[in-house]
Design a binder for this molecule. Structure first.
Ligand code: PEP
Length: 248
């Protein structure tokens, strides 16, 4: 069964609402590819204008974050029902920046994954190792532990519908990309972990992205690998290069 490609931009804290609308217009003719799922994951304040701006295109909108309660006294947070009402389909969970700067643990991320599914949002669950773990050759065990902890209590059907992004921390925003073979090795390991936890059907269905300094120059080689079904793109998602990645 062929898995449909998914290329998602993670815009991070970069675009004002005015800039976000302009970026959607710039990218519009460049990302128009019916064979690829294209997603813009944008900051909360950009969601409403970006949903409006992508109307009538092939682009879906994702959030970069959300909180696990539906409503209440959680100053500054945004809930799944708010995102859904605004037209959001995907949500990034477990990005290394949220793990590192905002103290999000696997236990909390597991709650987020469960909440996303219960609400009808599709998680893009990120995992990845630090340079230190890579150099100690401890990365495979680490990724396996992250996946198992973050997916506790998630059903096979839910896993089939989600997206997992392998993002080595040492490659994020550094210009240092994992080689296509390094990325393939870990994406295959993630798929094997899913097969062990669930079954081969589930492992064959889940879409796995690579993320970490993917750009117009290296995307085609990374995306040619059998277990890499797409990309999660930071820096290059803010430039016309994103169109080249979508079409790579
Ligand atoms: C990211 O933060 O998800 C990412 C992959 O960033 P970059 O492409 O800039 O390395």
């Amino acid at each position: 069964m062929a898995r449909r490609r998914i290329i998602a931009g993670n815009w991070k804290m970069n675009m004002t609402p005015t800039e976000a609308k302009a970026l959607v217009e710039t990218l519009k003719p460049l990302v128009n590819n019916p064979d690829v799922d294209v997603v813009y994951c944008v900051p909360a304040i950009d969601i409403v204008p970006v949903v409006e701006a992508v109307k009538g295109t092939n682009v879906e909108v994702g959030a970069e974050n959300f909180y696990i309660e539906d409503k209440g006294a959680f100053t500054g947070e945004i809930s799944a029902p708010m995102l859904l009402d605004a037209g959001v389909k995907y949500v990034i969970i477990g990005h290394s920046e949220r793990r590192e700067y905002f103290g999000e643990t696997d236990e909390f991320l597991n709650k987020k994954v469960l909440k996303a599914f219960a609400s009808g949002l599709t998680p893009i669950l990120c995992c990845g190792e630090s340079l230190e773990l890579r150099e100690r050759n401890a990365y495979k065990e680490w990724i396996g532990l992250q996946i198992k902890a973050d997916l506790e209590g998630v059903t096979a059907d839910q896993v089939k519908s989600m997206v997992i992004a392998y993002e080595p921390i040492w490659a994020i925003g550094t210009g240092k990309t994992a080689t296509a073979d390094q990325a393939q090795e870990v994406c295959a390991l993630i798929r094997n972990t899913i097969a062990e936890m669930y079954d081969t059907d589930t492992a064959e269905a889940v879409r796995i992205q690579y993320g970490g300094s993917m750009n117009a120059g290296n995307a085609a080689e990374l995306l040619s690998k059998p277990d890499i079904d797409g990309g999660l793109i930071g820096g290059a998602a803010l430039k016309p290069d994103f169109g080249q990645i979508v079409n790579a």
